[in-house]
Design a protein around this ligand. Structure first.
Ligand SMILES: Cc1cc2nc3c(=O)[nH]c(=O)nc-3n(C[C@H](O)[C@H](O)[C@H](O)COP(=O)(O)OP(=O)(O)OC[C@H]3O[C@@H](n4cnc5c(N)ncnc54)[C@H](O)[C@@H]3O)c2cc1C
Length: 263
């Protein structure tokens, strides 16, 4: 729509767009990390700066550039490489730094930071078109919301559980939220009374909050380890070398495995 939507503070299923007000059976607050719905519904406990900034870009890549994949951890900095379809590579870079930094030229900032890192990092930076690099300071919810539901209002995605991107789960969890909500609402019998809707929303809250809360915490911990500097960083590197890769794969599989709710 491109218009700013305002929800009702008491959680009534009413939205306001400009001068126009409209009622629905349910309002879904999917308005991102700085969710106005979360604030108006009294479920907001503020944001926390995670201590690092992140750059992202996509480079056209073929041949040896397209073969690389993985994440490299350094002293308060990381670089990740993710091959995409159609001869493209997504990359991200992070740096432990104060919030609010601005690059006069993101390419030259990144070249300075990562020029001594392994191939093909410099080549990927060089191949990324000028003016396309994104930079965002990384934040998450300072505290987890006491509920995802306020009467006939329900939070979904980053509005409900904004987490750091360290497990790559933010958008995935938004999709799981949406799938869960759709399945629970779809199962309501035609003409169901308000108590049935209450029960469906309570179930949504019970199904989604434990999983997303655990991932919110785990993402935060992973970010702190990934961005470690100095002695802490060196201790981390030693400890990581001792962990069998199979254990890491199992941990990631646990994060990614999910089944939609059954009856
Ligand atoms: C650096 C970085 C890397 C990431 N990497 C990954 C990754 O690898 N994998 C992953 O799964 N996730 C990743 N994420 C997280 C992912 O981007 C978010 O979790 C996801 O975008 C959340 O989706 P959302 O729809 O809840 O919120 P958003 O994408 O923020 O969408 C909210 C929408 O609501 C609109 N809006 C806000 N307020 C109003 C209003 N009052 N009225 C009308 N519209 C409004 C906004 O304009 C926006 O379009 C990353 C995030 C960052 C910053």
């Amino acid at each position: 729509m491109g218009n700013r939507v305002t929800v009702s503070a008491d959680g009534a299923a009413v939205i306001t767009v400009g001068e126009h007000q409209e009622s629905f059976g349910l309002v879904v607050g999917a308005d991102g990390i700085r969710s106005d719905a979360r604030q108006r519904w009294g479920l907001d406990r503020g944001l926390r700066y995670a201590g690092y900034t992140a750059w992202r870009g996509v480079a056209p890549a073929s041949g040896h550039l397209a073969d690389a994949a993985g994440e490299t951890w350094g002293d308060g900095a990381r670089f990740g490489i993710v091959p995409l379809p159609d001869d493209q590579v997504y990359w991200f870079a992070t740096l432990a730094t104060a919030p609010g930094g601005i690059d006069a030229d993101a390419h030259s900032t990144l070249r300075q930071l990562f020029s001594s890192w392994h191939a093909p990092i410099a080549q990927l930076l060089d191949a990324t078109p000028d003016g396309t690099v994104l930079r965002h300071d990384i934040s998450d919810l300072a505290e987890f919301p006491p509920s995802f539901v306020r009467h006939r209002g329900v939070l979904l995605g980053d509005a409900a559980h904004a987490m750091t991107p360290d497990l790559g789960q933010g958008a995935g969890q938004a999709i799981e939220d949406a799938a869960t909500l759709v399945l629970l609402l779809r199962d309501l019998p035609a003409g169901a009374d308000q108590s049935a809707l209450d029960a469906a929303l309570t179930r949504y809250d019970h199904l989604r909050r434990p999983r997303t809360r655990a991932l919110w915490q785990q993402s935060r911990r992973t970010g702190a380890v990934g961005q470690a500097t100095g002695t802490r960083g060196r201790l981390r590197d030693t400890a990581l070398r001792l962990i069998p890769p199979s254990l890491m794969v199992r941990a990631m599989t646990r994060v990614q495995r999910w089944a939609p709710p059954s009856h």
